[in-house]
Design a protein around this ligand. Sequence first.
Ligand SMILES: [Zn+2]
Length: 262
Amino acid sequence: MIDIGANLSNPTFSDDLDEVLTRAQEADVEAIIVTGTSVESSLAGLQLAEQHPNLLYATAGVHPHDADSYNKETEQQLIALLDQPSIIAVGETGLDFNRNFSTPENQRSAFEAQIDLANRYQKPLFLHERDAFDDFYAILCANKNDAVKAVVHCFTGSESALKAYLDSGFYIGITGWISDKKRGANLREIIKYAPLDRLMIETDAPYLTPQQTGIKQKLVKKHRNEPWTLAYTAATLAECLEIETNELISRTKENTKNFFSL
Ligand SMILES: [Zn+2]
């Protein structure tokens, strides 16, 4: 399995990252893409990827929460990062109108600027969208070159949003959200509309611990999700699609390798 999104540069992992990686590998997680959410965390992700070749890769981008800080200097720093072979995507970028930690206006312009970077440097986009479908989709359609691939990570949206993304050729990232009894109910219902060749799996660790029984008790640090839980998300997703977990795992892995050119 490949975890397409884990926030391993988060300080909660700084004490015991090697053990976290060992546990992941013991649970058949062969590679992890470290999510960049700011210039600092993207730089930290790059360092981790360079320290763990073939196990860790990283993305470089500015999360919509941090969009207020996006400026010309940020852009230059991202460009330098995108030159590095371990940086395999632009992101995470997108729009989050759920909490508006940055103004919607700044979110839109930072998003457009990063789509531009993906176009220029021909890297896939790792995308975040929450409560912002209309603007998000319109900005992507207006700015993204057809040749640039895009994955909407941690998809939790509506059936119509899912269908619009699929119609546009985007990929869908599924997290432990799918196992949440209440919040994941709609996702479990609609995810069957996604063809198997457009799905990828992720933990979004340290967030979104899968909700299956027994996982919480096994976490080494309370409330800190780890990449080893990925198999649980694979199993629940396979159940929703009415296929064998092994098939889900091999297909999502193939999709991930193609998508990120691993
Ligand atoms: Zn996100």
